[in-house]
Design a protein around this ligand. Structure first.
Ligand SMILES: [Zn+2]
Length: 296
């Protein structure tokens, strides 16, 4: 019985210096995490959601507050930024207007941030008037815009309608990184029946993203193993959408697009290993069936 305290002390003596060296700041509680991805560029993750933020001596450029599934996420997000810098929070840029990414901006508004979105996101949010979503102060038109701050540059690009009519692609030209949300899942299917989705404009947007100069895509939902996307992922996603579209076009030709059983029978084995294949394939087929059978 007398051995235990001695061992415990010895263990403590061994571990203490290591623990001190590895833990300069309080640990971030699950399910939150912050990762540095390039000089001045970070990703904040809250559960299955993530946002990019950029830190400069002149201020911080944050993106989506992601506080829909985790109501405390934006407060933790701000705390995480404050562990890195005390520079003013200059901007919050919305990737698009959907609440699961845009909700929870209040702590950033209180910190003095200017909220930025595409013009259509402002119109949607003004009409919906959710108490949980801060209205944008600054509008980006279809022509796009650029934010220059403290030596960093972010291009805000609208590549047409896709998963919404107000999605922005945020391009860091020097770092060759893009942040864009929901419309280019990495090795995953589109969400359910692609609500608020625009066919066929979506395809043109994918081509425009492929024509841009970048190497890494930070998605709004982590890819497999938490990885970022590449242009190969965009090409694969486009190929998947073409395959779904062709399957639905065939059903439409056979007048089977109002037949749930026929839509459920569609199989695309090439994508069986992709996220949500078993859950969302039906919805994805249904969306393209609406397009090919009724022009919707
Ligand atoms: Zn969305």
């Amino acid at each position: 019985m007398s051995i235990a305290p001695v061992l415990a002390l010895a263990l403590a003596a061994t571990l203490a210096p290591i623990a001190a060296a590895q833990s300069p700041a309080p640990a971030t509680p699950a399910p939150y995490a912050t990762t540095k991805v390039a000089d001045n560029v970070y990703v904040f993750r809250a559960g299955g959601y993530q946002s990019m933020f950029v830190v400069t001596p002149e201020g911080v450029i944050a993106t989506d507050p992601i506080s829909y599934a985790n109501p405390q996420a934006s407060a933790v997000y701000l705390q995480e930024i404050r562990k890195i810098t005390q520079a003013p929070i200059k901007y919050v840029i919305y990737s698009h207007h959907h609440y699961d990414h845009a909700a929870g901006g209040k702590p950033f508004k209180d910190a003095g941030a200017t909220f930025v979105s595409h013009r259509n996101a402002h119109a949607r949010l003004a009409a919906l008037a959710s108490p949980d979503v801060v209205l944008p102060d600054m509008i980006v038109d279809d022509a796009g815009s650029t934010i220059l701050l403290g030596g960093m540059r972010i291009d805000l690009l609208h590549v047409g309608n896709n998963h919404s009519d107000n999605t922005l692609v945020m391009l860091l030209p020097k770092e060759r990184i893009i942040f864009t949300v929901d419309w280019i899942p990495i090795q995953g299917l589109q969400f359910r029946d692609m609500a608020d989705g625009y066919i066929p404009d979506w395809f043109a947007g994918l081509d425009r993203v492929l024509a841009m100069e970048w190497d890494r895509m930070i998605p709004g939902h982590p890819g497999p193993g938490g990885r970022f996307g590449t242009k190969d992922d965009v090409r694969a996603l486009k190929e998947y959408m073409v395959d779904v579209s062709n399957a639905a076009k065939q059903l439409a030709a056979e007048k089977k697009c109002l037949n749930d059983e026929a839509m459920r029978a569609v199989r695309l084995p090439k994508y069986e290993g992709w996220g949500a294949y078993g859950i969302y394939l039906f919805g994805n087929v249904e969306r393209f069936c609406e397009y090919w059978s009724r022009g919707i």
